[in-house]
Write a protein that binds this ligand. Sequence first.
Ligand SMILES: Cc1cc2nc3c(=O)[nH]c(=O)nc-3n(C[C@H](O)[C@H](O)[C@H](O)COP(=O)(O)OP(=O)(O)OC[C@H]3O[C@@H](n4cnc5c(N)ncnc54)[C@H](O)[C@@H]3O)c2cc1C
Length: 470
Amino acid sequence: MTFTPNTANSWQIGYQAALNRVRSQLTHAPENFPIRLAKKTSNLFRDRAATQANGLDVSSFSSVFEVDPVNHTAEVGGMTTYEDLVAATLPYGLMPLCVPQLRTITLGGAVTGLGIESASFRNGTPHESVLEMDILTGTGDVITVSSHENDPHRDLFFTFPNSYGSLGYALRLKIELEPTKPFVHITHLRFESATALTVAIKELSASAIFNESPIHFLDGTVFSPTEQYLTVGTMVSALPAGKNTSDYTGMSIYYRSIQSLAEDYLTIHDYLWRWDTDWFWCSRAFGAQHRIVRSLWPKSRLRSDVYWKIIAINRKLKCAEKLDTLKRKPPREPIVQDIEIPVDRLPQFLDFFHSRIGIEPIWLCPLQQRDPGVRWPLYEFDPDRLYVNVGFWSTVPLTNGERPEQGVKNREIEHEVTKMDGRKSLYSTAFYNKDEFWSIYGGLDYEQIKKKYDPQGRFLGLYEKVVEQQ
Ligand SMILES: Cc1cc2nc3c(=O)[nH]c(=O)nc-3n(C[C@H](O)[C@H](O)[C@H](O)COP(=O)(O)OP(=O)(O)OC[C@H]3O[C@@H](n4cnc5c(N)ncnc54)[C@H](O)[C@@H]3O)c2cc1C
């Protein structure tokens, strides 16, 4: 079923009917199998066990129900992709406060799994601009939760981020939007040391001003210990005379432009999806950055969800592993992670990373909690501190007979991040033991909320999902 945006709440009738259907699906699902979302896309890197599960059909919750251009809010189905969400809001000159880079990340997925992007230094992460949500709980109820102090379910509102669907599924979210301008002027600033880069991240994030213009977006790319960039973005209403926008959806590659251009202009649409075309730089693993291959690759297929499909086939057939064995190459450990550390630790973390892991490029994104007065128990930051997200997505060769499934390098990263008072995002593999995991990810709060909203354990627990990969 699809709902037509902006037809004076007409969506609510269809929405109520869809709620009844999904509640009934959950109530009638056999209790001996876990519940899962049956949806077409995913941006979860870890493998799921091939166990039998009850797949909930949530396709009725995958569109934008309403955009309110006066109050700058939107009512959105929980399984709506950011691609569709942005397409619905941009015509009003509005966008979500944090738009994750991959087109098929859904609003519900980003809220429960903590999305991040270059507006995060001023707007925090997607859950921080949610006004209210309808959540399907393990009891088959759909409850509306908000941060309002009289809301009896505000405990679930605050525990939901980083719960990865283990406390319930967000079916409708009312979110804040912010005004956009048609173009983004970007400037790439080069730094030859991580210390200089860190000083600049602190200054630019605190002032939110660059060359007397407001900074709307800030992220960074590290190509080597002596070649690292901060990209400052400012929304502008018009292009200066003689300037044109660049296009990185065809032969030109965005991340390469960072090294060769001091400044650039993109449409706001192309800015938001600048990383998706090449999945940051990861498309090179599929040959999509080779000039001849790229000239033959349909432009419409230069997208992260296409690369996901290639990865799925590779995982199934183990092509890369078999090729390595044939060539007598050592096995490789996948390291696909995002971590957050306090900004002052960045040089130390990058030193460790260059010497012990050696993946390049690396993505950086400063972030700060939007409202210092609230607490998000499953992913707690020091609300007064600036953090930096560090993203790295590749594989590394193993030595000494180590096997990828041992996660030797991933464990080393986990250890280092914890030592630096940081946090690791949970969309990929994790190796923590139970005690360590719960000491980092709000164990006491989680246990109480899990018992209250999913007393029969219809949804897999967070640890089982994330570490045991059930
Ligand atoms: C290589 C890679 C790079 C990434 N880079 C970024 C990045 O740059 N920026 C960024 O923001 N994120 C990034 N992510 C992480 C991504 O945002 C999270 O994995 C997010 O949870 C994916 O959302 P999805 O909608 O695709 O959900 P899925 O992948 O389908 O599901 C993720 C989890 O969320 C749960 N879930 C999904 N929808 C809901 C819902 N409506 N209610 C409750 N639970 C739900 C699922 O049960 C599952 O446990 C990256 C991930 C990968 C693998």
